[in-house]
Ligand binder design. Sequence first.
Ligand SMILES: C[S@@+](CC[C@H](N)C(=O)[O-])C[C@H]1O[C@@H](n2cnc3c(N)ncnc32)[C@H](O)[C@@H]1O
Length: 280
Amino acid sequence: MTGSSEWQGRVGRAWADEWRRTDRSFAGLTRQLLAAIATQPGTRVLDIGCGAGEISLGVARARGDARVTGIDISADLVAAASQRAAEFGAQRVRFAHADAGTFHDPAGPADLLVSRHGVMFFADPPGVFGHLARHAAPDARMVFSCFRARHENLWADLFDRLLPPGAPADEGAFPAGPFAFADPDHVRRCMAGWTDLSFAPVDFRYVAGSGDDAVADALAFFTRIGPAAARLATLGGAAHARMLDRMAEVVAAHCDHGVVGLPAAAWIVTARVDQQVRSV
Ligand SMILES: C[S@@+](CC[C@H](N)C(=O)[O-])C[C@H]1O[C@@H](n2cnc3c(N)ncnc32)[C@H](O)[C@@H]1O
């Protein structure tokens, strides 16, 4: 589970430091997500949980007439995104430190809502999706990506198998986390206020390491970002050292021609606002 307070603190800071590596890891997905976004109409774009801004910037580059707002609850990530947006004026791309569950854009409602993996961490997904629907433009569209099941995502599952089982957490009806949106039926229950949902599976290579020492590069990444990093931080002494050794073996086994890449599986979800819930 990665909750709001972690994104606002330690995890958000790590992502802000590591945005180049996270963008690299998602590059195979990003191309397909931007292509799916390109099929949808809209010029007032809201990037939900924008992180360091890769999708906001990609949409702005692709749509010369679009005005893009990226929002995120991590101040560190909003600062990183804002630095990257220097090529655009504030009229075209801006980033705001805001919670998707309460954000109301003073510049007007969005007609295209997008996200790369930024919507699986809400404590109350129906509440947040309902809020987004009520404040969206008539006939607004949404396009986002999320991971499919953990066992299809070897970049995470292979490390999980190395770890001692954690204590089962009581996370309620809507557990937050990277794999929280793996089940389309669960996503339908979460997406209050949205209709015509479709799910397109995307498989991609999660590139974790490259360069002169791809294995060391990947290990540095996995020890800072993702579920393995969170669990590793809970281990001490010999257990920590043993886990690192075993992670190094997994990473080395997936190094091919100087690149460490592991299988990853995502959905690209598209939806349309349900006219009945809109109040704007
Ligand atoms: C997995 S990261 C993805 C970041 C970015 N979209 C990317 O692809 O690099 C999830 C993001 O969602 C943000 N987030 C989580 N809950 C949020 C909320 N309630 N409102 C806004 N952003 C949120 C986190 O701070 C984090 O940046």
